[in-house]
Design a protein around this ligand. Structure first.
Ligand SMILES: [Zn+2]
Length: 430
């Protein structure tokens, strides 16, 4: 192992992928020697480089030999940060050390008198895990500028407003696929790897654009000199992602859904399947609204966005699911969809043809002649006494013999229908 994730970890602002706005602002602050004026909050997804940026800020704050705002990376302070041996720089994981007692003891242990008249830099990873009391404990030190805090968090919304208002907040984003591919191509050239662009693009997609995970994949694949796309697919279990994409593309075909779930259950855990299904379903919804998607395999077909959203929202609430539970969640909405159309057929009949039942008078029930056609699906007309009966992709009708016309049924209200007639038709097209 060459530990490429560490070897190619950005050491200067200019080496950070993407994030041009935050980089420019931080570099400007560094040039003006104002980096330590305010504590900082870096918000962004997992693995987007928040802690890496915090270390660069720390180096630039104390570096003896700044070069146009960039840390030199060779002075004793820069090296002490790289080697995690600096006394004026501390990194804590708030997920394990975010209690108020621990934060108080950290603050007590710090020499708040500072080093060389500069404050100590405290980096708090996973800052959303700081308890409210721990955040309050930090507030006074931040306010008095006795310490310089850099909070890194995936959920900036969980940081109290009183704390946030005393910090400069930066939104850190993942690099684009293009930036990552260029970065990996440069690494490959330096290391003598023979990955083609297609393989690198797939690595970027499969790691959800996380530079650290990309570097790890290059590291492991290159160990055995596996550089082709098939090796990349095998490394990431690509076949299983394709199964999930196929399932979502055929969400309205119960047989395909059950078949894919069965094949996935042989190799993957229910949690894996649940997570990836939600990922793919949400991408399927996004695709309908032309929003960029991230699922690595193509989702196509005539699936319905409402149905995808419905299934995703039902999957989200499953805690420690089993495969039968997942199957039930996937199949049930299709059944609801069909029954809603049957309901529509039954209640949407013109009132003038309804037989009036009045038990008080022995009046003869008027005979209904020429039952009106009330709905047509794929050229098949349905009348009030006929219903849809098939789920196998073809539409069939059967005369209702056991279900009398119910006069008190609620009138059809399109606002309450789970799906429109148009969408229903689409769902049945192969
Ligand atoms: Zn330096």
């Amino acid at each position: 192992m060459k530990h490429l994730d560490l070897k190619y970890r950005p050491k200067k602002f200019g080496e950070v992928l993407g994030n041009f706005g935050p980089k420019k602002t931080l570099l400007n602050l560094s040039l003006r020697k104002k980096l330590l004026k305010n504590s900082l909050l870096f918000g962004g997804t997992r693995g987007c480089g928040k802690t890496t940026l915090a270390r660069i800020v720390a180096k630039a704050s104390y570096c003896d030999n700044l070069q146009e705002g960039e840390p030199c990376c060779v002075c004793s302070f820069c090296l002490s940060i790289e080697e995690a041996s600096s006394e004026s720089y501390l990194e804590f994981d708030a997920a394990t050390q975010g209690t108020v007692e621990r934060i108080r003891s950290i603050l007590d242990d710090l020499d708040l008198g500072s080093i060389n008249s500069k404050p100590i830099i405290l980096v708090l990873d996973e800052a959303q895990r700081l308890s409210p009391a721990a955040q309050d404990a930090l507030l006074k030190s931040i306010e008095e500028r006795k310490i310089f805090v850099i909070m890194c968090t995936t959920e900036p919304g969980k940081i109290r407003d009183s704390v946030k208002s005393r910090m400069w907040e930066f939104s850190i984003s993942q690099p684009s696929n293009g930036e990552l591919v260029t970065w990996m191509r440069d690494i490959s050239e330096k290391e003598g790897f023979e990955f083609d662009i297609e393989s690198l693009a797939l690595i970027s997609k499969m790691t959800d654009s996380c530079p650290r995970e990309c570097a790890k994949a290059l590291d492991i694949l290159s160990l055995n000199e596996y550089y082709d796309i098939d090796a990349v697919k095998s490394y990431f279990d690509f076949d299983f992602y394709e199964s999930v994409a196929n399932l979502v593309s055929n969400l309205d075909k119960p047989q395909t859904v059950l078949h894919e779930i069965e094949s996935l259950s042989d190799s993957k855990s229910p949690n894996w399947v649940k997570d990836k299904l939600i990922f793919a379903l949400m991408d399927a919804v996004k695709m309908k609204y032309d929003v960029p998607t991230k699922f690595p395999c193509k989702i196509s077909g005539s699936y319905d966005a409402n149905l995808a959203l419905n299934v995703a929202s039902r999957l989200v609430i499953l805690d420690r699911p089993t495969f039968p539970e997942i199957e039930a969640v996937l199949i049930e909405p299709v059944a609801v969809l069909v029954s809603s159309v049957v309901q529509t057929i039954l209640v949407e009949k013109p009132k003038e043809h309804l037989p009036i039942l009045d038990i008080g008078k022995e009046e003869k029930i008027p005979e209904v002649k020429d039952v009106p056609k009330i709905m047509t699906i794929d050229g098949i007309s349905f009348s009030t006494n006929e219903r849809l009966t098939s789920l196998d992709g073809k539409i069939k009708k059967t005369e209702i013999v056991d279900r009398p016309v119910i006069l008190n049924e609620q009138p059809f209200d399109a606002r309450h229908a789970p799906i429109s007639e148009e969408d229903f038709k689409k769902a049945f097209k192969n």
